[in-house]
Design a protein around this ligand. Structure first.
Ligand SMILES: [Cu+2]
Length: 268
């Protein structure tokens, strides 16, 4: 018995990763998606399951996003979807926004890919009012029925829900590196923007400001997502943080923050 324990302990110390430490990654592999002017580099096909997406904006003005498309979407239908998305006030019917990179240091999200068709696209608008997505910055992805190796459900330390128009969940989070589970249970798409409240700035002044981005320090976040679940890796130091959403409400034309979609979170 003692010998067996000793062997187990020795094997444990030989593992390349310290398995006792919580790690902010999914078990599946990391898939890198890079958007640069006029092009998207990404795999054409991926196995199904939980996947960690590293969305890289190569250049300052890109907003990578992932959408699930209706089953059997062809290249011609993809073009129609992108032209719809270019001008629509919300995600075109039949498609599901699945989040993307929103800001700053972390460009990663963990999403569950079901078999089907998806598109990686850039949501940034040019001065002419058109999104980069119709100017080459889109790429069709097919998710196959093969299971990704070890793509088990990620484990989160914090769980938050998004409604129309609020963030529901704990307002005290631990400092450190871990995953936040974010579920949108609302009817509209929402963002999960995480920003730091600088010393000397009050939460009230952020809520009253025309554009909260002018007062806050961007940290990380999830881009536009519909009714789905996304895990966000965070690396947080103690302090005050603000969650907010800048998606437009089609009914009022106002951004969701103006409809109350703010949340103060204390990290200790
Ligand atoms: Cu919202």
């Amino acid at each position: 018995m003692f010998v067996m324990l000793a062997v187990v302990a020795m094997l444990g110390s030989l593992l390349p990763v310290d398995v006792r430490r919580p790690t902010p990654v999914a078990d599946g592999g990391i898939v890198r998606v890079t958007i640069r002017t006029g092009t998207v580099s990404a795999p054409d096909s991926l196995p199904m399951g939980w996947t960690r997406l590293q969305m890289v904006a190569d250049g300052p003005n890109h907003a990578p996003a992932l959408f699930r498309l209706p089953a059997g979407t062809t290249k011609a239908q993809l073009a129609a979807f992108l032209s719809n998305l270019d001008t629509a006030a919300a995600t075109p019917t039949g498609a599901l926004a699945m989040g993307g990179r929103i800001a700053a240091d972390s460009g990663e999200v963990v999403v569950e890919l079901a078999p089907g068709r998806y598109v990686f696209t850039c949501l940034t608008k040019n001065d002419d009012g058109h999104r980069h997505g119709i100017a080459g910055e889109s790429r069709l992805l097919t998710v196959t029925r093969t299971h990704a190796p070890k793509a088990s459900r990620p484990r989160a330390r914090v769980s938050m829900r998004m409604t129309d128009f609020a963030y529901v969940g704990a307002d005290r989070w631990a400092a450190g590196s871990y995953l936040v589970r974010v579920e949108n249970v609302g009817r509209q798409d929402h963002q999960f923007r995480v920003a730091r409240l600088p010393a000397g700035i009050t939460f009230d002044s952020v809520v009253r400001s025309d554009d909260p981005r002018r007062l806050l320090i961007p940290v990380t976040g999830i881009g536009r997502m519909g009714r789905s679940v996304t895990y966000l890796p965070v690396h947080l130091t103690p302090g005050s943080y603000v969650l907010f959403c800048l998606v437009h409400d089609p009914a009022t034309g106002r951004t969701h923050d103006k409809l109350g979609m703010y949340r103060l979170v204390e990290v200790r």
